[in-house]
Design a protein around this ligand. Structure first.
Ligand code: NAD
Length: 475
C-alpha cells in the first residue's frame, strides 16, 4: 500500500496472494489493508490537498506529462505484468497500456484548459466572477478487467484538477495498480497526493471511503450491484459521485449492411478481453435475411480463435478472471441451451492440457437466442456471442433499448439515414456506427440508466473533479 509516500504493510500485518488466472500460480502478494489503513490514506490525501490544490495548472500538467512519458517507456513491462495478472493476450495488454497512457497525456493538456468566466451584473458597481476549484479528496475504486486504464482515467483528471486521491484497486489486480503508482510517483508527485489501499475484503474500506467527511468525491467503476450500494452510501454523506457500471450492449446489423463485414466486426469485438468488457456486445441482432451468412462468418472466425495463456504467440483469447466468472458463463450458456438456443461453436469449459490450471471457457456462439433466456438480460462477462434474429427493422431499436443498462451500442448499416436514426433512437452513452472501437481518451465515456452516472475522458472527464465558485465584487 502507498500511504503518504511510503510503501507500507497493512496495520494488521496481513497480506494476500495474487494469482495468474491462466496458470493458477502465485505471482506475488500484497498488503491486506482494512479500515484503519483507509483512514490513514485519507488523512494523507487530506493533508496533501492543502498544497497540491495550490500548485499551478502548469505544474500539475508537467507531472502528468512526465507520467505519460514514463508509462510509455515502460509499456512492455507493464503489458507483460497485465497479461500475467489479468490474463488478456499480450497484444491487448499493450493496447490497454497505450490507452491508459493516453489519459495521462490528455489530462496533462486538459489541466491547462480549466477556465472561469466573467459574468454580467445588473449593477454598475458590481462584478461577477465564476471559477472552477478542485472538489477535494477523491476516493477511487477500480475493477480488474482494465487494471491500468481504469486508474489513469480517474487519477489523471483528478490530479489535473488539483485533487488528491485514495485508491482501492480490485483484489485480483493490485500489482498493476502498484506499477501504475510507481509511474506516477516517479513522475514527481509529492507525498500524500496519491495513496493506495490494497485489500482482499473491499467492504470495510468502501465503508470508510463513503462515510469519512474528508472525502469529497467517490468515483467507482465496477458492477451495477456494488455501484448502487456505494453511491447510496456516498449520497447520504453528500459526497459527489461518479459510477461507471455494467452494460448489456446491443449490436444491430441492419438489412442493408454487409453481413460478412459485420460478422468480422462482431468476432473482433466480442472476444476482446475474453468478453470481460463493460462495452462488450451482449445481444447481436441480425435480420433473418442475413442470418445464415452472418452466423457462418462469425462461427468460422470464432472456431479459429486460440484460447490459452496470453503470453503465448497466437493466443487471441485468455482466461476468465476466476472460477466464479467461469461458473457464471456456464450457467448462462446452460440456461440458453435448455431453452432452445443452438450452440454451433464452443459451449463448454476448457479443462485439459494447457487449460487445466486456469479459468478457461471456449469461445462460444449461441443462435436462436430469445428474451426468456438469462443471457438476453444479464451481463455475461465472458466469451459468448448470442445471436438474435429479427424480422422488422422498424422494431429493432426498441428491442435494443429493452434493457435497464445504457452503456454501449453498435450499429452496422451503409445508409446514413439509418445510421442517424439509430444514433438518435438508441438510449446508450456510447454508440459505434460501423465501428468496433468508439472509445478514446478524447471523448466522453459513460452510460445511461443502470450503467451509471457521470462521464470519464473527453472535456467532461475533468469537470467531474471540479466545482464552481462564484464571486460577487462590489467595487
Ligand atoms: P465489482 O463491482 O465486483 O468490483 C469492482 C470494484 O469494487 C473492485 O475494486 C471491488 O473490490 C470493489 N468492491 C466490491 N464490493 C465492494 C464493496 N462492498 N465496497 C467497496 N468496494 C467493493 O466488479 P468487477 O467484477 O470487478 O468488475 C466487473 C464489472 O465492472 C462489470 O459489471 C463491468 O461491466 C464493470 N465495468 C464498467 C466499466 C465502465 O466504465 N462502465 C468499465 C469496466 C468494468
Amino acid at each position: 500500500m502507498l500511504i503518504n509516500g511510503e510503501w507500507t504493510e497493512a496495520r494488521s500485518g496481513l497480506s494476500f496472494e495474487v494469482l495468474n488466472p491462466a496458470t493458477g500460480e502465485s505471482i506475488g502478494s500484497v498488503a491486506d489493508g482494512g479500515a484503519e489503513d483507509a483512514l490513514l490514506a485519507i488523512t494523507a490525501a487530506h493533508d496533501a490537498f492543502k498544497t497540491w490544490s495550490k500548485t499551478t495548472a502548469y505544474e500539475r500538467s508537467a507531472v502528468l506529462y512526465r507520467a505519460w512519458e514514463i508509462m510509455t517507456s515502460r509499456a512492455d513491462e507493464l503489458a507483460h505484468l497485465m497479461t500475467v495478472e489479468q490474463g488478456k493476450p499480450l497484444k491487448a495488454s499493450k493496447a490497454e497500456v497505450k490507452y491508459a497512457s493516453d489519459f495521462l497525456l490528455w489530462f496533462a493538456e486538459e489541466a491547462k484548459r480549466v477556465v472561469g468566466e466573467w459574468l454580467p451584473s445588473q449593477r454598475p458597481d458590481q462584478r461577477f466572477l465564476s471559477v472552477k476549484v478542485p472538489v477535494g479528496v477523491v476516493a477511487a475504486i477500480t475493477p480488474w478487467n482494465y487494471p491500468i486504464s481504469m486508474l489513469t482515467r480517474k487519477i489523471g483528471p483528478a490530479l489535473a484538477a488539483g485533487c488528491t486521491v485514495v485508491l482501492k484497486p480490485a483484489e485480483a489486480t493490485p500489482l498493476c495498480a502498484k506499477a501504475t503508482f510507481d509511474v506516477l510517483t516517479d513522475a514527481g508527485l509529492p507525498d500524500g497526493v496519491i495513496n493506495m489501499v490494497t485489500t482482499s475484503n473491499p467492504a470495510p474500506v468502501g465503508d470508510i471511503f463513503t462515510s469519512d467527511p474528508r472525502v469529497a468525491k467517490l468515483t467507482f467503476t465496477g458492477s451495477t450491484a456494488v455501484g448502487r450500494v456505494l453511491a447510496a452510501k456516498a449520497a447520504s454523506n453528500l459526497q459527489r459521485v461518479s459510477v461507471e457500471l455494467g452494460g448489456h450492449a446491443p449490436f444491430i446489423v441492419f438489412p442493408d449492411a454487409d453481413p460478412v463485414h459485420a460478422a468480422k466486426g462482431a468476432a473482433a469485438l466480442k472476444f476482446l478481453n475474453a468478453g470481460q468488457a463493460c462495452i462488450s456486445p451482449n445481444r447481436l441482432y441480425v435480420p433473418s435475411s442475413l442470418a445464415d451468412l452472418f452466423q457462418e462468418t462469425l462461427c468460422s472466425r470464432v472456431e479459429r480463435l486460440q484460447t490459452g495463456n496470453g503470453l503465448h504467440d497466437g493466443v487471441g483469447v485468455g482466461p476468465l478472471i476466476n472460477e466464479v466468472a467461469v461458473a457464471k458463463v456456464e450457467t448462462q450458456v446452460e440456461d440458453a441451451r435448455n431453452k432452445g438456443a443452438g450452440i454451433p461453436v464452443g459451449g463448454m469449459r476448457l479443462v485439459n492440457g494447457e487449460h487445466s490450471n486456469g479459468h478457461f471457457y471456449a469461445p462460444t456462439v449461441l443462435t436462436d437466442v430469445k428474451p426468456e433466456m438469462s443471457i438476453y438480460r444479464e451481463e455475461t462477462f465472458g466469451p459468448v456471442a448470442p445471436v438474435i434474429t429479427y424480422e422488422d427493422p422498424e422494431q429493432v431499436i426498441e428491442m435494443a433499448n429493452d434493457t435497464n443498462y445504457g452503456l454501449a451500442a453498435y450499429v452496422y448499416t451503409k445508409e446514413i439515414g439509418v445510421a442517424m436514426r439509430a444514433f438518435e433512437g438508441l438510449r446508450f452513452g456510447i454508440i459505434g456506427i460501423n465501428d468496433v472501437n468508439p472509445t478514446s481518451a478524447s471523448v466522453p465515456f459513460g452510460g445511461m440508466g443502470d450503467s451509471g452516472i457521470g462521464r470519464e475522458g473527453g472535456h467532461e472527464g475533468i469537470s467531474e473533479y471540479l466545482e464552481t465558485k462564484t464571486g460577487g465584487f462590489a467595487i
